[in-house]
Write a protein that binds this ligand. Structure first.
Ligand SMILES: Cc1cc2nc3c(=O)[nH]c(=O)nc-3n(C[C@H](O)[C@H](O)[C@H](O)COP(=O)(O)OP(=O)(O)OC[C@H]3O[C@@H](n4cnc5c(N)ncnc54)[C@H](O)[C@@H]3O)c2cc1C
Length: 306
């Protein structure tokens, strides 16, 4: 029986584990992989304090070392279910094995939704990006397309317009879904153009992105935009399906939590990072939340074990 099981080993999970280890708890980390989205990052990270520039894999190596220094037990397995039949949690892994704990922190993260067109995977990190806050400054004075006319897309375009030469937002529907306020800001911005009824067909380039092709859904004609970067901003898929009714989810399937403690609706179950409702999905936010969740879990465990 563990004091604490942490599900996920991205920035939120690793930070939660480091903080929980300092409280001398008996901890297990169950995760599909080590590093989460950071491990898959193709472009250097330039917005994490202490590191002017660090690659995703290098940061994950440092995570690994810090988990080892803190003698943390990590099992690389997917969690498929979690229950709380009494006072403790039963966490079931894909292998069928069940682990018991007093408290659980869910840091299972999220994945950016893909547009699934030719060139998207090939040029990921070579002009195709899923995070304007992370990669925007790299595209100084460049021509950019943002795919998605919701708030994500509009806010990305507004942010990018501070750096790039021009942004074209490509929206599949007849009109954008972004809030009126974002639409007003974009309408006033001479550097941003919105094209609706645009179905993205493919992304092309040599080494880096050169162009994006889309079909005009009204005329049926194929159009080309010469761009150096494509930001895909059509939302996230949080990894929360395995939690069943132990948590309350919003319409995007993100976990709703108490902002002070990161507690979910089930006592003893906390959540941190991109799997929850936080608006900004960044390493520094996920790490901060991991620390809060660990300290809250410690308070809970202390009370329960008294
Ligand atoms: C391409 C890209 C570039 C980015 N660049 C930056 C950047 O430069 N700066 C920045 O601050 N942020 C950046 N981000 C965002 C940042 O990576 C995320 O905000 C951060 O990784 C979120 O951390 P997390 O721990 O909440 O989730 P994640 O990193 O998503 O980690 C989730 C963890 O949970 C595990 N998991 C999921 N489901 C299960 C399950 N059922 N069972 C067990 N384990 C599970 C996963 O394997 C993973 O280990 C970028 C994101 C992307 C996609």
């Amino acid at each position: 029986m563990y004091d604490l099981i942490i599900i996920g080993a991205g920035p939120a999970g690793v930070s939660a584990a480091i903080y929980a280890a300092r409280q001398k708890l008996h901890i297990l980390i169950l995760s599909k992989d080590l590093g989460g989205q950071v491990a898959k990052k193709a472009v250097d990270i330039e917005n994490y304090p202490g590191f002017e520039k660090i690659s995703g894999p290098d940061l994950v190596d440092l995570y690994k070392k810090q988990l080892q220094t803190n003698e943390l037990e990590v099992i690389l397995e997917e969690v498929v279910g979690i229950q709380k039949p009494g006072n403790t949690f039963l966490v079931t892994a894909k292998s069928g094995k069940t682990y018991e704990s007093v408290s659980v922190i869910v840091t299972s993260g999220a994945k950016s939704k893909l547009i699934n067109v030719p060139g998207e995977e090939e040029f990921a990190g070579k002009g195709v990006s899923y995070c304007s806050l992370c990669d925007g400054p790299i595209f100084k004075n460049k021509m950019i397309a943002v795919v998605g006319g919701g708030n994500n897309g509009f806010e990305s375009a507004l942010f990018l317009s501070n750096y790039v030469k021009h942004v074209t937002i490509l929206e599949y529907g007849e009109r954008p879904n972004a809030d009126a306020e974002n639409q007003e800001l974009v309408a006033k911005n001479a550097n941003i153009e919105v094209i609706t009824n645009a179905q993205v067909l493919r992304i092309e380039g040599r080494v880096f992105v050169d162009a994006i092709y889309y079909q005009d859904r009204v005329s049926g004609g194929e159009k080309k935009l010469d761009v150096n970067g494509v930001f895909v901003e059509i939302g996230y898929s949080p990894a929360t399906a395995f939690l069943g009714d132990l948590v309350e989810l919003n319409e995007k399937q993100e976990i709703i939590f108490d902002p002070k403690t990161l507690a979910t609706k089930t006592p003893g179950l906390f959540s941190a990072g991109d799997c929850n409702v936080s608006k900004y999905k960044q390493i520094v936010m996920a790490s901060g939340q991991g620390a809060v969740a660990a300290l809250s879990a410690y308070e809970y465990i202390k009370k329960v074990k008294k």
